[in-house]
Design a protein around this ligand. Structure first.
Ligand SMILES: C[S@@+](CC[C@H](N)C(=O)[O-])C[C@H]1O[C@@H](n2cnc3c(N)ncnc32)[C@H](O)[C@@H]1O
Length: 179
């Protein structure tokens, strides 16, 4: 019982620590690298792509997309320390000309240049983002979300992936020509 309370307390503290924009609570956790690779594979990311990671954390998704697949990308992240960490890592890996990280609310992003959008947010934020994705992304653009769906917008594919942290569900949507 004591252990369960302690775990619940830690989880609540994690959510509280990440409630950086009022009403937009997102846990401060990272996508395990093995799952990052599966997200990029599910979206079919290549050197022709421009990836946008909305809530880019430590930048791992876009850095892997640039390093392993030659893609370009832009990350939107509200935590300045994470933006600095991502930017520094990209520079040290010689990827600064391919990926950049902006300290900005993801709802302010202009998504029109994106061909792939990656998300690991929350059920609520995904649903709030849906109209923006549908109005700004071009036909054929792909969206991959780690763990969270888009309500009644059925994904084109789902994939179950295991990591040493457990099992992860990935969702893929492809922007239709008409909305
Ligand atoms: C669960 S983490 C995912 C990080 C990374 N995309 C990954 O998969 O490892 C979500 C990130 O979104 C950021 N975030 C939450 N709300 C945001 C907002 N409104 N605008 C920009 N970033 C936001 C948080 O600071 C956090 O770093």
């Amino acid at each position: 019982m004591g252990r369960a309370r302690a775990i619940a307390g830690l989880l609540l503290a994690g959510f509280a620590a990440c409630a950086r924009v009022p009403g937009q609570e997102v846990p401060d956790v990272r996508t395990p690298l093995v799952v990052v690779n599966e997200m990029l594979r599910l979206a079919g990311v290549s050197a022709a792509d421009v990836g946008y990671d909305l809530g880019s954390g430590d930048g791992r998704i876009l850095i892997a997309a640039a390093r392993d697949r030659g893609a370009r990308g832009v990350g939107y992240e509200i935590d300045p320390a994470l933006v600095a960490e991502s930017t520094d890592r990209a520079r040290r890996l010689g990827l600064a000309d391919r990926v950049s990280f902006l300290q900005q609310d993801l709802f302010e992003a202009d998504l029109r240049p994106a061909t792939v959008v990656t998300l690991y947010l929350s059920p609520d934020l995904n649903r709030k983002l849906r109209p923006k994705l549908l109005s700004e992304l071009r036909p054929g653009s792909r969206i991959v979300s780690h763990s969270f769906d888009m309500g009644d917008w059925a994904p084109a594919r789902t994939l179950q992936v295991s990591s040493n942290e457990g099992s992860h569900t990935l969702y893929l949507w492809i922007m239709p020509a008409t909305r």
